[in-house]
Design a protein around this ligand. Structure first.
Ligand code: SAH
Length: 247
C-alpha cells in the first residue's frame, strides 16, 4: 500500500488565502488533524472528513507531539487519506518537517503544501512591504520562543539591516526590546504589532522599539500576533485588500 500523508498549510486565517492545492487535499481527506490556529472556516472544504483537534488546547496534555505522530501513522496505515493541517505554512515554526521526518522513518510518504505564513499576511494587510528598495534588503523570520529558553543573537539581528518579523513574541516584548537596543538598534525603530492577521478581528498597533511594550499593554495586544520591526513599518500605504476582505 502506498499511503501518503498531506502536510498542509491552512494560511493565516482568511479562508480565501488557502492555496488551490490545499483545497484539493482537503477535498480528498478522510481524516483531518488540525492545530489551534487553524480557522475552522477552512473545514468547509472537507465536509465528510473526520476532524481531529490536536492543538495544545485540544486536550493532548502529555507528550502531544508523540501522540500526534502515532495518530497520523495509525490512520495512514489504515489506508486513510490523512491531512495534517497547520496554521500558516507548515514548515515555518510549525514542526512540519519534524512530523514529515518521523513519518518518513516509518515508511509513510509525505507531501507538503505551502500556506501563507502569518508574517507575510499580517504585514501585507497593514500595508507594510517587508522588503523595500533602498530601505530593507531582506527579511528575517524569527521566533522569540525557544524550546530550551536560550537567547537569540539579538546583536546580529539588530545589525542585519533586514526587516525582522517576530513570531510568538507577545510575552517576550521586554526581552526583544532590550536585546535589540543592546545590539545597537535605534530606540526610534518603527514597530508594527499585528494581531489576528487576515481575520475580520485583525488589529494593528504601531509603535517604536523603545515604547513597544508599553504600547502593547495599553492596546491589550494578545496572541496570536506578529511583530514587524524595521524601517518598513513606518510605511502606511494600503497595498493590500483588507477593504475587500472586510467589506
Ligand atoms: N506556521 C505558522 C506559525 C505558527 S507559530 C505560520 O506560518 O504562520 C504561532 C505564531 O504564529 C503565533 O504565536 C503568532 O506569532 C503567529 N501567528 C499565527 N497566526 C497568526 C495570525 N493570524 N495573526 C498574527 N500572528 C499569527
Amino acid at each position: 500500500m502506498n499511503t501518503k500523508v498531506w502536510l498542509v498549510g491552512a494560511g493565516p486565517g482568511d479562508p480565501e488565502l488557502l492555496t488551490l492545492k490545499a483545497v484539493k487535499a482537503l477535498n480528498q481527506a478522510e481524516i483531518v488533524m488540525i492545530d489551534d490556529l487553524v480557522n475552522p472556516a477552512v473545514l468547509e472544504h472537507c465536509p465528510s472528513a473526520r476532524i481531529i483537534s490536536v492543538g495544545k488546547r485540544g486536550g493532548c496534555r502529555s507528550t502531544p507531539q508523540a501522540f500526534i505522530h502515532r495518530l497520523m501513522l495509525r490512520y495512514a496505515r489504515q489506508g486513510k487519506c490523512v491531512v495534517r493541517l497547520k496554521g500558516g505554512d507548515p514548515c515555518i515554526f510549525g514542526r512540519g518537517s519534524e512530523e514529515a521526518d518521523w513519518l518518513g522513518e516509518h515508511g509513510i510518504d509525505v507531501e507538503t503544501v505551502n500556506g501563507i505564513t502569518a508574517g507575510l499576511a499580517g504585514a501585507t494587510n497593514c500595508g507594510i512591504p517587508l522588503t523595500l528598495r533602498g530601505v530593507a534588503r531582506g527579511v528575517t523570520l524569527v521566533t522569540a520562543h525557544t524550546q530550551d529558553d536560550s537567547s537569540l543573537n539579538w546583536t546580529a539581528l539588530a545589525q542585519s539591516g533586514t526587516t525582522l518579523v517576530v513570531y510568538m513574541g507577545v510575552a517576550k516584548l521586554a526581552d526583544i526590546r532590550d536585546g535589540l537596543l543592546a545590539g545597537g538598534m535605534s530606540d526610534e525603530m518603527p514597530v508594527a504589532m499585528i494581531e489576528n492577521a487576515s481575520l475580520p478581528e485583525q488589529r494593528e498597533c504601531r509603535s517604536h522599539l523603545a515604547t513597544m511594550q508599553d504600547d502593547a499593554m495599553a492596546f491589550a495586544l494578545k496572541s496570536p500576533a506578529i511583530l514587524v520591526i524595521g524601517e518598513v513599518a513606518r510605511a502606511s500605504t494600503q497595498i493590500s485588500m483588507p477593504l475587500l476582505l472586510h467589506a
